[in-house]
Design a protein around this ligand. Sequence first.
Ligand code: MN
Length: 314
Amino acid sequence: MKEQIINKIKDYNKIIIHRHVRPDPDALGSQGGLSEILKATFPDKSIYVVGEEEPSLTFMKQMDTISDDVFKGALVIICDTANQARISDERFSKGDYIIKIDHHPNEDQYGNLIWVDTDASSVSEMIYEFYLYGREHHGFKLTDKGAELLYTGIVGDTGRFLFPNATEKTMKFAGELRNYDFDLTAVYNEMYKVSLNLARLNGYVLSHFQYIEPGVGYIYLTQEVMEQFNTTASESSLLVNTFSNVEGLKTWVFFVEEPDQIRVRLRSKGPVVNTIAAKYNGGGHPMASGATVHTIKETEQIIQDLVSACTDSK
Ligand SMILES: [Mn+2]
């Protein structure tokens, strides 16, 4: 698979790298890390990264602005994006050949070539593995900035190596990436800084979330509350794990109201929740998924679904 991807990379002079909408550190880390590797290894090729900017993560990587005609005859590589609807910059389909690289379940098998590894902690980890193969067989190079981006992506998707997806391989790769020259303290400071407003909203979430047996937590953040704390919907969603360590909690859900929809963030310590997300126009990992609904009634149904999932898992 890695060899096939490298052959395609060698075939094309223009390569455009995408990732999912509302990017997290792994989306930007895998996208930016791959672009650093390809730029350093193939200096004569034109390598672009596209998608909307995420203000809280611009320290990682700035996006390129390219016109539609650049996609003509280009190789498109899409990182960390399970389904086509979540690809940031829908012009991806104008590319000549499409490669999907992902670690989510391969339900939407888009693209001409697919590399999915659901055992990988992150796509950043996969990109580093890809780089190691490329280094051994094709003289691939990795820059300090590239190593910083991949490390940041791994840290993001493993919750600082806390989640069980951090395997021996993850740790080994992270250890190797640490040998590159980048400022780890600065990365952590950027990744985990919170605004004063968000810190205050965190206090609100802790004192207002609801807990119901047998182990379901939920909170509904209205636009009014977010206005009161002067936080945006995407910022507020960062608080999804705020009450995850409460005793007895098995699954929890964050409802974040937006002008035209309600964002649903589902998390779990056991019961599978991506099947529930799939019922409500969403998807994701078994223990962490997202969905979108439009009515309070649907949010109540989701809570009931979580209660059932907790009951079934007992
Ligand atoms: Mn990821």
